[in-house]
Design a protein around this ligand. Structure first.
Ligand code: 5GP
Ligand code: ZN
Length: 139
């Protein structure tokens, strides 16, 4: 499945170039053109889906081993001080390309990436109430 206006579908179709790192039946990995740190790259599913919510579970199952392969190479080549896997669903989560993808996001200490948040003690009554809502919605 492809979407005509989707930039990642165009990359998959070879209509837009990329620095390809890895490919298998279900996934493709390439360098991000706006890297936050050196080595920032993306794993995408070959099938178009908007994000986690509508992706095929079999495609999702292929993404993590692909991410491991690429992350190991990034780790070996660049020796960052850490690597996050980041996957955004919806604008408030920072999603800007609406084709499922995971960022391999190399980190350096004090690189000031804004995805970090501090730990504050939770209100356990609120945690429990939220837990019950999610549990009730679980298929
Ligand atoms: P999101 O913000 O949706 O989590 O991540 C989308 C990512 O795709 C961004 O980091 C952005 O730099 C990257 N990106 C957008 N357009 C292109 C493109 O044409 N080629 C490549 N290689 N990366 C892109
Ligand atoms: Zn797409």
């Amino acid at each position: 499945m492809t979407e005509p206006d989707c930039i990642f579908c165009k990359i998959l179709a070879g209509e837009v170039p990329c620095f390809k790192l890895y490919e298998d039946d279900r996934t493709l990995a390439f360098m991000d053109i706006n890297p936050f740190n050196d080595g920032h790259c993306l794993i995408i599913t070959k099938a178009h889906s908007t994000n986690l919510f509508d992706a095929d579970p079999a495609d999702l199952a292929a993404v993590l081993p692909a991410a491991q392969t690429v992350a190991r190479a990034v780790e070996a080549a660049l020796e960052p001080e850490g690597i996050n896997l980041i996957q955004a669903n919806g604008p408030a989560a920072g999603q800007t390309v609406f084709h499922y993808h995971v960022h391999i996001f190399p980190r350096q200490l004090n690189d000031m990436a804004l995805l970090n948040w501090g730990h504050r003690p939770g209100d356990m009554a609120r945690v429990e109430a939220t837990y019950k809502k999610i549990l009730a919605a679980m298929a």
